[in-house]
Design a protein around this ligand. Structure first.
Ligand code: HEC
Length: 418
């Protein structure tokens, strides 16, 4: 029992830390991007100053100046922005380990997608994150003097290939989370291996009275541009785990790709706006179109969830009589209640999973829509189909819910009373 509370609180605390660190990282990086783009030049600025900005916040006025390479004398107390990024990655990896490695058989693996052993799945996860960085870093070095647009397009296709590969191996939920983790690893590694070390070289050169090589600025610019565009898609992928329609659909990896494009379209709006180049409202139209295509694609069910393959007549004969509240309650208590009960029987669970109780007919009515979303139109539940739910049972739930939805509420209540 103590062990259960320990792991639950550990997960909660690490998740909390991850969210706080993420806010700090993204907040500071968005702030600096906007500041940088909004800097104004004027003739009275000291030598070496690229631009300045006046800002008002929290009752005070701020006057900021940006030195393009470095100020003539380095100040003693210089604030570095790096732990926001490192803490986000470290807490994210810890959370990935607790939820997806610790619970690999539940959340990482889906035997209907690929039946692999937990240690192998975990090894694939770690290997993919590490090798992703090696490939990306090589590409960036190769393209340093080439076209940055071509590099971005190529990166987009690499992310597409990685996404496709992940959905072949992991559960839909874990796959989308991994696309996010893969991308976020590139971003943090950019800070840790490239941006900060290069900045240190520049500082060391200045202290030694040497002129720093401009190449370091160029490299940092390349990497921070990528980070700028990748931030929003990563956030989407991290929270997508709450939306079974997003992660279990046939084209979940294409949905992820479309969201990468919205990262570009939304950022483009703000980048232009903050740089004083106007407000390109068309980017919001592009974003809305991309999200609509994603929403449309999410309605396609994967092959292993398609009901067309079933024989309609045979289905009606064998399952027809279950398409009512009593029948659905029977199925749900058989397939779900071991984890979703006041006192769950599932090993290691001491309270109903996610606080969702699915025992009585009243519970089924209360959670009808959630049951439909998680277990009928998607196979998000049971996780990794741990209780061996049949496709026909999902279809019974789907048909029942669609019937109830089409009837008036009162009829559903009548059904409950009978
Ligand atoms: C093996 C245990 C297990 C079984 C069986 C199971 N669930 Fe779950 N369920 C969970 C866990 C664990 C979570 C919490 C998931 C998370 O952390 O995001 C959950 C969460 C949920 C949620 C809430 C999701 C959210 O976004 O908050 C719903 C709804 C749900 N399950 C429905 C079902 C239905 C319907 C069935 C049966 C078809 C079912 N579950 C079977 C373990 C189970």
């Amino acid at each position: 029992m103590f062990e259960f509370y320990f792991w639950d609180w550990l997960e909660f605390t690490v998740r909390w830390l991850h969210v706080i660190a993420g806010i700090a990282w993204i907040g500071s990086s968005f702030y600096f991007i906007a500041l940088d783009l909004g800097l104004k030049r004027n003739a009275t600025l000291p030598k070496g100053v690229q631009g300045e900005a006046w800002q008002v916040h929290g009752g005070g006025f701020y006057h900021l100046q940006k030195y393009n390479v470095a100020p003539p004398n380095l100040p003693e107390d210089l604030t570095w922005f790096k732990w926001e990024s490192y803490t986000t990655w470290l807490s994210g990896f810890a959370l990935l380990s607790i939820v997806y490695y610790g619970g690999a058989d539940t959340f990482l693996i889906d035997i209907e997608i690929l039946d692999i052993a937990a240690p192998l799945a975990i090894a694939i996860s770690i290997f993919s994150l590490a090798s992703g960085w090696l490939i990306y870093n090589t590409m960036c070095k190769f393209f340093l003097n080439g076209s940055q647009t071509n590099l971005m397009i190529l990166l987009f296709f690499v992310l597409g290939a990685v996404s496709y590969a992940y959905v072949q191996v992991f559960s839909g939920r874990a796959a989308l989370l991994h696309i996010g983790a893969f991308t976020a690893t590139l971003m943090s590694a950019n800070v840790f291996f490239i941006i900060i070390p290069n900045q240190r070289i520049v500082v060391a050169d200045l202290m030694a009275g040497k002129d720093p090589d401009a190449i370091y600025g160029k490299i940092a610019k390349q990497r921070s541009t990528h980070n700028n565009y990748l931030t929003l898609p990563v956030l989407f992928l991290m929270i997508s785990i709450h939306y079974p329609l997003v992660y279990t659909s046939e084209y979940n990896w294409i949905v992820a790709m479309l969201v990468f494009l919205t990262g570009v379209s939304i950022r483009h709006f703000f980048n232009s706006y903050h740089a004083g180049k106007g407000k390109p409202y068309w980017t919001w139209v592009v974003t809305a179109v991309l999200i609509s295509i994603a929403a449309f694609l999410s309605t396609y069910r994967p092959d292993h969830l398609k009901v067309d393959s079933l024989n309609e007549v045979k289905f009606e004969e064998e399952y027809g009589e279950l398409i009512n509240l009593a029948g659905v309650t029977e199925i749900v208590s058989y397939r779900c209640a071991m984890c979703h009960a006041k006192e769950p029987l599932w090993d290691g669970l001491h309270i109903p999973a996610s606080g969702v109780i699915l025992e009585s007919q009243a519970d089924i009515l209360k959670y009808a829509k959630e049951i439909y979303m998680h277990a009928a139109v998607s196979n998000a539940m049971p996780p990794n189909n741990l209780s061996g739910m049949e496709l026909e049972e999902r279809l019974v739930i789907a048909k029942w819910f669609e019937n109830v939805k089409n009837k008036k509420k009162s009829t559903a209540k009548d059904e409950l009373q009978n």
